[in-house]
Write a protein of this length. Structure first.
Length: 41
């Protein structure tokens, strides 16, 4: 499997839950302009 981009960030703000969500030390996988996964680095 190949993807377009992996972003590793110490702080990520999300639309998860009510209002704005926050996660630390996670990585985001993006493929074809869509977020396909968020997981620990």
């Amino acid at each position: 499997m190949t993807i377009d981009c992996i972003i590793k960030a110490p702080h990520i703000y999300t639309m998860k839950g009510k209002g704005v969500g926050y996660v630390r030390e996670e990585a985001i996988a993006i493929d074809r302009g869509k977020i396909i996964a968020i997981d620990k680095q």
